[in-house]
Design a protein around this ligand. Structure first.
Ligand code: GA4
Length: 330
């Protein structure tokens, strides 16, 4: 990460924004996975927010702290070392650029496609002897988080009274599941203090294209979500919990009953933020369409498409675009 020497230089960055101040919201739905009523609360949270926080999740703390310390170690390497991981095409490292269409943010990150992360040779060149430790921390974490995501998706199917409770989870469990994992580092941005009331965008507003995203961060604030009325709220960080986002594909499968949540991350002037996100996606060939049992005489709001088609279109878009627009029936 480049450190800017003069506060004036920072003015040239296109990701400085005058974001309206967001309120800290205490009403973010909280789901306790150990409670019997969680399935109904999950459905309510997905309908009202497309977002919720999960406690009693069953992911071993050790998996979380191990991967976080591997990530911190990686991000503290000199830029030239980190760049040895190669660009994220599809797995690799990148600094500031997000996607291929000109988006930028005050962030550096590692991206992995989940079926290739255990085999990526490039990490050996960056980590040398400790690459095996990184790989195993990554695999342990992803397996545990995918298991929790599947449990949530099964409770969701139950709550929606769908007969086949694995209707969503089987897509993540499929060997061909096209899931993604990302480790983000938002370095502190001390120059922000000179910007008086303006914000530095860490990761610009967007919705996630997949089915479900599972986010865990350290205790640094920055995440904001957009409510249905368009107001932004700050999500208080909680390193012991996970945050779940409804993705665009789940919006389609529920024929719009659930809506994918728009979210963004603002940089912090003092503390660095590290987040790890699992994006659970279906196999490329999977048809993404509303589930017949959720239609109750309604017609589909969306044209027919496969995850491959949606992904191709999404990856050609800008971060803030409404990606589902092209797939809506007029
Ligand atoms: C948003 C969700 C995931 O982080 C991601 C992102 C992807 C990328 O970083 O390459 C995209 C973005 C995300 C959606 C639109 C395109 C593609 C950046 C971008 C501008 C890995 C994903 O699957 O879609």
């Amino acid at each position: 990460m480049v450190v800017l020497s003069k506060p004036a230089a920072i003015e040239h960055y296109s990701f400085i924004r005058n974001c309206m101040p967001a309120t800290l919201h205490s009403g973010i739905p909280l789901i306790d996975l150990s409670k019997p009523d969680s399935k109904h609360l999950i459905v309510k949270a997905c309908e009202e927010f497309g977002f919720f926080k999960v406690i009693n999740h069953g992911v071993p703390l050790e998996f979380i702290t191990d991967l976080e310390s591997q990530a911190v170690k990686f991000f503290s390497l000199p830029l030239s070392e980190k760049e040895k991981a190669g660009p994220p095409a599809p797995s690799g490292y990148c600094n500031k650029r997000i996607g291929l269409n000109g988006d930028v943010g005050w962030v550096e990150y590692l991206l992995f496609t989940t079926n290739s992360c255990s085999s990526s040779q490039r990490f050996t060149s960056v980590f040398g002897d400790s690459s095996e430790k990184f790989r195993s921390a990554l695999n342990d974490y992803i397996s545990a988080v995918r298991k929790m995501a599947c449990e949530i998706l099964e409770l969701m199917a139950d709550g929606l009274m769908i007969q086949t409770r694995s209707v969503f989870s089987k897509l993540l469990m499929d060997e061909q599941s096209d899931s993604v994992f990302r480790l983000n580092h938002y370095p502190p941005c001390p120059e922000l203090q000179a910007l008086k009331g303006r914000n530095m965008i860490g990761f610009g507003e967007h919705t996630d294209p997949q089915i479900i995203s599972v986010l865990r961060s350290n205790n640094t604030s920055g995440l904001q979500i957009s409510l249905r009325d368009g107001n932004w709220i700050s999500v208080p960080p909680d390193q012991n919990s996970f945050f779940i986002n409804v993705g665009d594909s789940l919006q389609v499968m529920t024929n719009g009953r659930f809506q994918s949540v728009r979210h963004r991350v603002l940089a912090n002037s003092l503390k660095s933020r590290v987040s790890m996100i699992y994006f659970g996606g279906p196999p490329l060939s999977e048809k993404i369409a509303p589930l017949p049992s959720l239609m109750e005489g309604e017609t589909s709001l969306y044209k027919e498409f496969t995850w491959f088609e949606y992904k191709r279109s999404a990856y050609n878009s800008k971060l803030a675009d409404n990606r589902l627009e092209h797939f809506e029936k007029i």
